[in-house]
Design a protein around this ligand. Structure first.
Ligand SMILES: N[C@@H](CCC(=O)N[C@@H](CS)C(=O)NCC(=O)O)C(=O)O
Length: 217
């Protein structure tokens, strides 16, 4: 199996993707907590291009970018495969992963940092994107089929982070009324024994996000 380390920051959805993937695979790993205001020399050495967490270090070799890391994990430890085996479904999973990272993540970040008149527009932008995702997952169970898969981990941002961020900053965009498909999928995921056991404590996030992003209304 070799030595596995994860440079992370506890609040990062990108880090949690990697940690949960390793746990699903039964891979033991050491956590290196990074202070992003004072990054370690090793982090800069391992990820000189982006200087970001997460970094997976396997037997001394770094792998960066969470989506790349997930694929590396899936190819290295074969048990409990994350990506679908069918090439078309794999392509679809990768497409929606990019959609989450390239569209939903920036729109979410924009919203939590918006103030005053900008909030309305930022809310509308995020809502439009969530509507697209709602259409994609309507009527589907876990996105990995009957078990937790690649997209279920990538989409942590949607079903775990966005509700917590909303609560922390006092905004409502992702609601059960407007997004029943996203909520029924997220209920299935959050109620899954693996997620119950391994997802971080929600309250720690609310406290931390309140301090970081408030006030906003
Ligand atoms: N595309 C990257 C995003 C990772 C990312 O944005 N990490 C943030 C923490 S959530 C970070 O390290 N920020 C430090 C910085 O920007 O200086 C991935 O998927 O791994």
């Amino acid at each position: 199996m070799g030595e596995v380390k994860v440079h992370r920051m506890w609040r990062s959805p990108f880090s949690w993707r990697v940690e949960l993937a390793l746990k699903l695979k039964g891979v033991d790993f050491e956590i290196i907590e990074e202070d992003l205001k004072n990054k370690s020399d090793l982090l800069i050495e391992y990820n000189p291009v982006h200087k970001k967490i997460p970094v997976l270090v396997h037997d001394g070799k770094p792998v960066v970018e969470s989506l790349v890391i997930l694929e590396y994990i899936d190819e290295t430890w074969k048990e409990n495969s994350l990506l679908p085996t069918d090439p078309y479904e794999r392509a679809q999973a990768r497409f929606w992963a990019s959609f989450i990272d390239d569209k939903i993540f920036p729109a979410t970040r924009k919203l939590v940092w918006s103030r005053g008149d900008d909030i309305k527009k930022a809310k509308e932008e995020l809502e439009e994107l969530l509507k697209i995702f709602e259409k994609e997952i309507e009527g589907k169970g876990l996105l990995g089929g009957s078990k937790i898969g690649y997209l279920d981990l990538v989409a942590l941002l949607i079903y775990f982070w966005i509700p917590i961020l909303q609560e922390s900053v006092g905004l409502q965009v992702l609601t059960r009324e407007k997004f029943p498909g996203i909520y029924s999928w997220s209920d299935a995921l959050l109620g899954h024994p693996f997620m119950k056991e391994n997802l971080p404590n929600r309250d720690d996030f609310v406290t931390s996000f309140r301090a970081r992003f408030a006030p906003s209304s």
